[in-house]
Design a protein around this ligand. Structure first.
Ligand code: SF4
Length: 819
């Protein structure tokens, strides 16, 4: 038995070293609330984690109809028993005293409690009025990456075939839209090519803008255990901050924000120049190599070094490692996705894998990562700006197929234009053509860019807003109707993680008060609206999570994300199963494209693609000419500088991001004592040189101002690159006197400063390429900033700064996997 560990102070726990090609040893992590012993646990209920995209399999401990702790599931393919800090402690947010327990209705300017019938009738009545007055385009839905598959699918059928609106998207637009788009552009279709097990086989792992240690801590434990074992992989890290990943990398490249395409073009240049390409693979499985080679012919390391402000030597060193890898795994996340050339850069990572022939074999592939637990499901189910089952909205056969499954006329499914992305939905609300917005499980008043504008949009009297959530979030405070939702462990459904692993999350306890599962709320709405199919039968024929899952299985049949071989019973027995899972692949599919590219043919593909520079759509005819045989497309990209440049007034590059201890807009993690104590307040990060230039010191109260707004926080001096300022984006206002907006103490939400702008291809907003200035508000009293010391925000000079620790309340068990 290993000793217990403070998992706030040591987020990744102890090591269980293993060698290349070996099985990752099991280590079971567990936490029970103080005073509860294992004997007191009445039942353990299987589920998977909610506070990131990794899909860690766990069990919830229940005593006296209350959750009292969790433990990892040792046999599961994803985590082999391990849990991260948010898995271990985050469930306590379910017990928060301020959970919503009854619907609320705006009356005389105030939100007052009402019954479910009153709230739901109000929503259904307003829907009917708007359908009569303005048609389906007046109604929009903005969902999350945190519901279950069954809920997204139901929402997609309601929006697309019930209402007939094109305006349905998720907050996954902010975090995973580029992952989906990059896979579509390269492989013709969404679907994660690689598997987490590729970490066990890779000799080089390249992480592009992916602080895996903080965003997927359990996946990082797998990497750490390989690093501690024989024949460890070499890491290449691209990140402007000194992340835990950077600290372990053989080469760390810290480019200027917004220069990823230049860097990647230089890496491709070097790999092609030195002949490190797999010509047979390129010829057999790709199109576009000649254009790519031409595009990068002049993008030398010297050229990129000037743009990225990275030493030429480091770029060639990185190219040497990538070019010499026998088994190369690349991963990509927000450092790439939240910038102005997001899809262009993510596609260059795909290109890197393809020209090296690193696909479809153990240790070879790309993980275009997700941010949220069920981001993958929004994409599959069509709740994020795609049609369900990765169908192509421009392909009439695909739309007819969907219409057949739903038994509606194809004309009921809007396909006159691409599904509307989130930023455009909010624009329609701003302009006044969208009159009703139903927001489920997300908090745009903290998470969308340019918050002043979002507050104005959601504050309009002419916009009827429904918010379905666990708490009275900043967004809920402005709603016309608030619906109290049940959360994870209070309802049943499935989550699919970033490597296509499906887990069943079972209900463990009842939700508080009158709170209801999101699925029940949506089914109730569908009943009240009386949506019908062509034969006058109810459009939605399912009544609970399992029957919704079965309906989805039919929709997924024959598609890349085929779930027909997965049942609730199989998930109960086997734990996580990766799609596609069919009669031909009954145990699921570890990695895609083992026998070539399968879904890029013009009749099968999910999209004909877009121009990476402008976002202009490629026509069907052009795509047929380019890729008649359905190969992977090597899409070249030219570097263009960020739209907002630094100048004398705003001399710093501003990037926003995450910390290990919080998730999203902190609604759950701020209600978890151990997590909140580790990162209790917003902070501001700059380098020591930048602090000197601004005459500020650790702990000083400073203000970061952009052309949109400002944020105040205590300064942390770190090893971040010079010329840059970092703000964590999690902090909003619900726990301040003002409730949903800044008060006299200045802004707290990083998105006060970010810009209304997006990647032209994925429509993902930019959170990492803005300009800002830093000013002193008042000197500190010698106390350090509230930033954690265990993460990328570690102080450059740790003396005099107390290390982040959780104390006795954060001590968790870990057993097995001893070296
Ligand atoms: S914090 Fe951002 S990146 Fe992470 S899950 Fe939320 S929206 Fe996605």
């Amino acid at each position: 038995m290993r000793p217990k560990v403070d998992r706030i102070a040591r987020p990744w726990g102890d090591r269980a070293p293993y060698g290349r090609g070996e099985a990752w040893p099991v280590r079971v992590d567990s936490y029970l609330e103080p005073g509860t012993t294992a004997d007191a646990v009445e039942r353990w209920v299987p589920t998977a984690s909610l506070l990131h995209s990794n899909g860690d399999a766990m069990e919830v401990a229940v005593a006296h109809d209350r959750i009292v702790g969790v433990r990892g599931r040792p046999a599961d393919r994803v985590n082999h028993g391990r849990l991260g800090p948010k898995d271990l402690f985050g469930w306590q947010a379910n017990h928060a005293k301020d959970r919503l327990t009854t619907p609320l209705l705006r009356d005389g300017g105030r939100l007052v409690p009402c019954g479910w019938d009153t709230a739901m009738d109000r929503i259904a009545d307003r829907t009917r009025e708007l359908l009569d007055e303005s048609g389906p385009g007046a109604i929009g839905f903005y969902t999350t990456g945190q519901l279950f598959l069954e809920e997204y699918y139901t929402l997609a059928v309601i929006a697309r075939a019930g209402i007939g609106t094109n305006h349905l998207d998720g907050n996954t637009r902010l975090c995973t839209a580029t992952a989906a788009e990059a896979l579509k552009e390269t492989f013709g279709c969404d679907g994660q090519p690689a598997s987490y097990t590729d970490i066990d086989h890779a000799d080089v792992i390249a992480l592009f803008g992916h602080n895996m240690a903080e965003t997927q801590p359990v996946l990082w434990m797998r990497v750490l255990d390989r690093l501690a074992g024989p024949d460890p992989p070499r890491l290449v890290c691209v990140d402007p901050r000194p992340t835990p990943v950077a600290c372990r990398a053989a080469v760390h490249l810290a480019p200027r924000a917004g220069t990823n395409v230049a860097l990647l073009d230089a890496l491709l240049h070097e790999i092609i120049r030195t002949g490190r390409i797999d010509r047979d693979f390129v010829d057999a499985h790709t199109v576009g190599f000649e254009e790519l080679a031409e595009r990068v012919a002049d993008t030398t390391p010297d050229w990129a070094a000037r743009i990225c402000d990275v030493p030429t030597r480091k770029i060639t060193e990185a190219a040497e490692i990538l070019g010499g890898a026998e088994r190369l795994l690349s991963t990509v996340l927000q450092g790439v996705y939240q910038s102005h050339q997001a899809t262009a850069a993510a596609c260059q990572v795909n290109n890197l894998q393809l020209v090296r022939g690193m696909l479809g074999r153990p240790g070879c592939g790309v993980l275009q990562m997700n941010g949220q637990p069920s981001a993958e499901n929004t994409r599959e189910c069509g709740a994020n700006g795609d049609l369900p089952g990765f169908r192509n909205w421009e392909n009439d056969t695909h739309v007819e197929d969907l219409a057949r499954i739903w038994n509606v006329d194809p004309s009921r499914i809007p396909h006159y234009a691409p599904p509307t992305p989130a930023m455009q939905i909010f624009r329609y609300a701003e302009q006044g053509s969208l009159h009703m917005l139903w927001i489920t499980g997300t908090n745009p008043l903290v998470s969308l860019p340019d918050l002043h504008r979002i507050r104005e949009i959601l504050g309009q009297a002419r916009l009827f807003t429904v918010v379905q959530d666990l708490y009275l979030t900043e967004t809920a405070q402005l709603a016309d109707v608030v619906l109290p939702a049940a959360t994870w462990a209070e309802k049943t459904g499935t989550l699919t993680n970033a490597d296509r692993t499906v887990h069943l999350c079972e209900k463990a306890v009842d939700p508080p008060g009158e709170a209801r599962p999101d699925l029940d709320i949506l089914l109730d709405y569908a009943r009240r609206m009386d949506f019908r199919d062509t034969d006058d039968r109810p459009l939605i024929g399912w009544h609970d999570a399992e029957s919704a899952f079965e309906a989805w299985q039919e929709c997924s049949r024959g598609r890349p994300c085929d779930y027909t071989g997965i049942t609730y019973d199989r998930l109960r027995d086997a734990g996580g199963i990766q799609w596609p899972c069919t009669e031909a692949a009954p145990d699921g599919t570890e990695r895609l494209y083992t026998d070539g590219i399968s879904w890029a043919a013009p009749d099968d593909c999910e999209t004909y693609g877009r121009d990476l520079l402008t976002g202009a759509a490629v026509s069907e005819t052009e795509y047929r000419a380019l890729n008649p045989d359905g190969k992977a497309v090597l899409k070249a990209a030219e570097y263009v500088p960020p739209h907002e440049r630094t100048d004398e007034t705003f001399p710093l590059q501003l990037i926003t991001g995450r910390t290990l201890y919080h998730f999203h807009t902190r609604t759950k993690t701020a209600r978890t004592p151990q997590l909140n104590a580790a990162a209790p307040e917003v902070w501001v990060e700059v380098s020591a040189a930048e602090a000197l230039r601004h005459d500020v010191a650790e702990g000083d109260l400073v203000e970061v101002t952009s052309p949109r707004g400002s944020v105040r926080g205590r300064l942390r001096i770190t090893g971040i690159r010079d010329g840059m300022v970092f703000l964590p984006f999690h902090y909003g206002y619900w726990d301040t006197p003002e409730g949903h907006r800044p008060g006299t103490n200045g802004g707290r939400a990083a998105n006060e400063t970010t810009v209304t702008d997006w990647d032209p291809v994925s429509k993902q907003p930019l959170f990492k390429t803005a300009a800002a200035r830093l000013t002193l508000v008042e000197h500190g009293d010698g106390t350090g900033s509230p930033a954690p010391t265990t993460t990328a925000s570690a102080p450059a000079d740790p003396r005099h700064i107390p290390p982040t620790a959780g104390g006795p309340a954060a001590v968790a068990g870990q057993s097995g996997g001893e070296p």
